[in-house]
Design a protein around this ligand. Sequence first.
Ligand code: CP
Length: 311
Amino acid sequence: MVKIFKLKNIISIKDFEREDIEYILDEASKLEDIAQSKAISDELKGKVLGLMFFEPSTRTRISFETAMKRFNGQCIGFASSDSSSVSKGESIADTAKMFEAYSDALVIRHELEGVSKFISDLVDVPVINAGDGAGQHPTQTLLDLYTIRDEIGSIDNLNIALIGDLKFGRTVHSLAQSLTLFNNIKIYLVSPPELRMPQEILHDLNKTNVEYVEVDNIEDIIDDVDVLYVTRIQKERFVDIDDYLKIKGAYIINKKMLEGKDLIVMHPLPRIDEIAGDVDDTKYNKYFKQAANAVPVRMAILKTLIKNNPK
Ligand code: CP
């Protein structure tokens, strides 16, 4: 049976069914050689990707650019509001209409939840949410799932700990929701009380067979997990800096804690201090591989959306 990918836009992981996720992961696997520059491709030659980054980014923006360039396509755009006419008062809607005219697909990061959805309702080209405030980061989730499948062999039958800032961390919101599509999943939600997973995500988990437990300490669960998914405390989302300083450094993973354990350590990055440098040279470190996996996964996304939705 020929598989098809139904989505035109990638706004929320909640829009995905399991078969949509598997489609992108399978496509990404096929693109590894091109992603690693062992083969060349003109798949998106002549196509232009518009990058609208109102918030800072290293991995997401650069990996989308790399993905496009590996296909011999091109990128336009800005990496901060300051370098666009938004800084002169132009609306996001007008800015998006310009990008629609100039490009074949848009990638948008913004500090406000819902901006990518708002733009997707205005333009005819595919829109990809590259992170909207404390909302969603669906393409990060796709590369996280790709990494888990690659490293562990399956996403089913997984015990995973999501650690750190579960309140503001958009990557853990999307990842937790995606795991509802898989079988026999147990999620440990490890955070300070102030940074617990939002109720609406717990509500989504409650509607499924996913088992979850909220805990304070990593030590209580470390022997029972396949994946430690560590996140940074999102300093920029705190209204009062003193609240941030009180919980900064609440969880730090180091090499000694991991010795003898059968697990992998992931992190969407950037890391501040939550994974000690001594973990980098161990077998547990999969966070740099995870970041590298962004290229084949985002290549699969771009190829699929741009080919399925020609201008
Ligand atoms: N993981 C991630 O979104 O990283 P950037 O903020 O650097 O894009």
